[in-house]
Design a protein around this ligand. Structure first.
Ligand code: UDP
Ligand code: MG
Length: 306
């Protein structure tokens, strides 16, 4: 079990009493790794309390600052020892009771089991944005994933090892896992409202994450842009030829100046957007070449003796 936690002190006390019975009921050995992603509230002390309560079962990684949900999960993946690793959100939006259903699919021989949030309990805006992202990402990456955002997922050991071998900074774990998977599958899982607190994703963080997803797994946005450039250039040449011929037959034209403006503004707009897309890629390249660590673990509690 891997659970990234960022300022969730209010939710944690309700999480453990629901999670542990489910895990105990599985009848196989397990460990729960909480990653404190630079929380500024009481999260860490609550988590340390868990370690004291269930030593040997609960482990805690304290990251040195807030690195984000995906880097936090990566930190835990490098330390997880299980043959199957399940990720879960700490805010009780993913009911722990669904875990056995994911594991049943793994036992059937699938190596990645994704959750699809049934009756998703998020704002209208978040749902609409997710629909758009799912559709666009599916189109540009060719991956078939119905719900990229659902973090209640199970990964087989081989896939986790492959993910651990990746060194990229900006990443999106469900898509990364999907790309390494031989037999992925998906199951519908229940979804609840956030138990307490607010979403830890601001609109800006959400945008960044989704750009990570779209740029990290495809260069199609760049290619679309190139194609568009060719089409506009060809159109421009054709229009020039048309005007030249027209000038010879009918004479010079002056009307429709504003139509020209409209076309111009549209093209300039697309150009700027395209420049932005190029910038997104370059920014990420810059990020990668600096080779800063993706996360740094400050302390570990309840881990195996080193
Ligand atoms: N989270 C994290 N680091 C962050 C943001 C979020 O570890 O920078 C954790 C958070 O504590 C939660 C999970 O990631 O366990 C999902 O976050 P949240 O519920 O805020 O996302 P949403 O459900 O709104 O997509
Ligand atoms: Mg949530």
């Amino acid at each position: 079990m891997v659970i990234p936690v960022f300022n969730e002190a209010e939710n944690l006390p309700a999480l453990l009493p629901r999670l542990l019975p489910v895990m105990d009921g599985l009848g196989r050995p397990y460990e729960v790794i909480f990653v404190d992603d630079g929380s500024r509230d009481l999260t860490l002390s609550v988590l340390r309390g868990f370690v004291a309560e269930r030593p040997g079962t609960v482990r805690v990684l304290e990251l040195s600052r807030n690195f984000g949900q995906h880097p936090a999960i990566l930190a835990a993946f490098q330390r997880a020892r299980g043959s199957v690793v399940v990720t879960l959100d700490a805010d009780l939006q993913n009911p722990p009771e669904e875990i056995p259903r994911l594991l049943a699919k793994i036992d059937e021989g699938f190596d990645v089991v994704g959750g699809i949030r049934r009756n998703r309990q998020d704002s209208w805006f978040r749902r609409a944005a997710s629909r758009l992202v799912n559709r666009v990402t599916g189109a540009i990456t060719g991956m078939r994933l119905s719900d990229y955002g659902c973090m209640l997922r199970a990964y087989g050991r081989d896939v986790v090892d492959e993910i651990n071998a990746c060194e990229e900074n900006a990443t999106f774990i469900p898509a990364l896992a999907q790309s390494f998977s031989r037999r992925p599958t998906e199951v519908e899982v229940a979804h609840a409202e956030r138990a307490a607190g607010e979403s830890k994703y601001s609109l800006y963080k959400l945008l960044r994450l989704n750009f990570d997803l779209m740029t990290g797994f495809s260069v199609v946005p760049l290619q679309i842009f190139t194609l568009f450039g060719f089409v506009v250039a060809a159109g421009g040449v054709a229009f020039g030829v048309f005007l030249g011929i027209r000038r010879l037959i009918v004479g010079a034209e002056v009307e429709g100046v504003f139509t020209l403006f409209a076309i111009l503004f549209t093209v300039v707009g697309v150009l700027l957007a395209g420049l932005g897309i190029v910038g997104e890629y370059i920014g990420r390249i810059y990020h990668e070449v600096r080779r800063r660590p993706r996360f740094s673990v400050r302390r570990e509690f309840g881990g195996p003796p080193a």
